[in-house]
Write a new protein. Structure first.
Length: 490
């Protein structure tokens, strides 16, 4: 029996239409959450049925100043940049310049992985879905003393620490390589590619790709952090001197409204097909399963399945399909969320470091926009945060209790001084500064105090309270170990 098409469609269950947003309720929701999390400023944009239905700023760009955040305030996007990179690659796939399953070396001959089998198979798709087996290795790009090209050149020197295509390891390094690959194929720099293929067609003129360019915007947010005492204070800006495909873009809430409209409209904008629905949609297809361990489940309590796509995370929230990605960089946190089955999406940008505001207000917005039962998400995430702090404090207490402070160093300070080398990370040095040992790597300098034996504690700076361990032998100091990395004496 053949059913008529209209009848077939009538038998397919459709998601109920999302209720119209209530502007006053959204204002209350956004600002109440902002205040609850002590966030100086927050910008919100909401899209429904192809239109921006809400765009507003709350609070201030600078704590203690009467400098209101607006929907035109510029924020760093951090890792939300990755989806712009994959959209630009989708445009190149549309153009026939590359395929998702092309070997990476076809377009970037210098790219390799340390595992020979993975090196032969790694594809364009693999670079953007966090399944190459390459771990985070953030110190190869974060405040690095070298440029992005050098970071990519070091990837073949890194061990593969998860099964190729068999394990999820979030890492910006393969995405940086993917951006370089796409730029090579396009014949221009990565930022020019993204501007040409994505930003200009969407009318996103309010974007920047480096910190220097971002400083040209008068309406620009400043970053903040919470002190141990819970006080909001300014946080030093993370310098991005060159465009980075994994995280250097800046944009506004109004600009991201265009970005969300474009995705919800299947790659069209104002009636023009910018990128095909097929290839743009490919960036949002699940590729790499994410294990819902205790930490992930705490962040996503109403989620049963989660996967990484290409620049997006795909998961369910209270039975609703969500496609989203967050971004965190010094002083800021952002979130872009799509609810494709409901034709709804939004972006959140705030200026407080590592706050869970975006998780709380993001889930609250989903519930409000889709008419789901309300839940106190701030209470949930404040408990998650408290539990994380308690676990960290317990681990530190246990470490401190096991300390043998009366065990002296094996050698006098001068014997620890010198250069040490690691295959991928390069050289670190130990010097004497102000009568104390100091460990130096990349752009970091970390003062040391004796902890126990040949282990020293970092007393201030980026790595405060972390431990550095020296390896010694009868011949002297042979290596220094930090965060699982071993630097051998040169």
């Amino acid at each position: 029996m053949r059913l008529a098409v209209p009848l077939l469609l009538a038998l397919v269950p459709l998601a109920p239409a999302a209720p119209p947003p209530d502007p006053k309720a959204i204002d209350r929701l956004a600002d109440d959450h902002r205040r609850a999390w002590a966030v100086p400023g927050l910008a919100v944009v909401i899209v429904r049925d192809g239109k921006v239905v809400h765009a507003a700023g709350y609070g201030t760009k600078r704590a203690g100043k009467n400098d209101p955040v607006t929907a035109d305030t510029l924020f760093p996007l951090a890792s939300c940049t990755k989806a712009f990179t994959t959209a630009a690659v989708a445009a190149l796939v549309d153009d026939g310049e590359m395929g998702w399953d092309d070997a990476v070396v076809k377009h970037l001959p210098s790219f390799h992985l340390s595992d020979p089998a993975a090196d032969k198979l790694v594809s364009v798709r693999d670079l953007f879905s966090h399944r190459t087996g390459v771990g985070p290795h953030d110190l190869l790009w974060y405040r690095a003393a070298w440029d992005a090209d050098e970071t990519v050149r070091r990837i073949p020197l890194l061990p593969v620490t998860a099964p190729f295509r068999g394990g999820y390891q979030y890492s910006s390094l393969p995405v940086m390589a993917g951006g370089k690959m796409a730029a090579n194929r396009y014949g221009a720099d990565w930022d020019e590619l993204v501007r040409d293929k994505v930003c200009t067609p969407l009318g996103m003129t309010d974007v920047a790709f480096t910190t220097k360019k971002a400083t040209e915007f008068a309406d620009r947010a400043a970053g903040h952090r919470l002190t141990a005492a819970g006080k909001v204070e300014p946080m030093a800006e993370y310098p991005m001197p060159e465009p980075n495909p994994a995280g250097s873009m800046f944009a506004t809430a109004n600009g991201l409204g265009r970005w969300v409209r474009f995705h919800l409209a299947g790659g069209t904008f104002d009636g023009k097909q910018v990128i095909s629905a097929k290839n743009l949609g490919e960036t949002r297809q699940p590729h790499t399963p994410i294990r819902l361990d205790a930490a992930v489940k705490a962040q996503n309590p109403d989620t049963k399945l989660m996967s990484y796509a290409m620049g997006w995370v795909v998961y369910d929230h209270r039975g609703e399909l969500v496609v989203a990605h967050g971004g965190v960089i010094d002083g800021f946190r952002v979130q872009v969320t799509l609810l494709p089955e409901r034709n709804v999406g939004f972006a959140l940008l705030n200026n407080l470091h590592e706050t869970k505001l975006n998780l709380a207000v993001g889930n609250a917005l989903i519930d409000h926009l889709l008419g789901l039962p309300a839940k106190d998400w701030t209470a949930h995430y404040q408990k998650v945060e408290a539990d994380e702090k308690a676990a960290k404090a317990a681990a530190r207490k246990k470490r401190d209790a096991e300390r043998k402070a009366d065990v002296p160093p094996t050698h006098p300070p001068q014997r620890y001084v010198g250069g040490y080398e690691q295959r991928a990370y390069g050289t670190c040095t130990v010097a004497v500064n102000g009568g104390k040992l100091e460990w130096r790597f990349s752009t970091f300098a970390a003062p040391l105090e004796h902890w126990q034996g040949d282990t020293f504690r970092i007393t201030s700076g980026q790595f405060e309270d972390e431990l550095i361990e020296f390896a010694t032998s009868g011949e002297g100091v042979t290596a220094v170990r930090f965060r699982g990395l071993e630097f051998r004496r040169k």
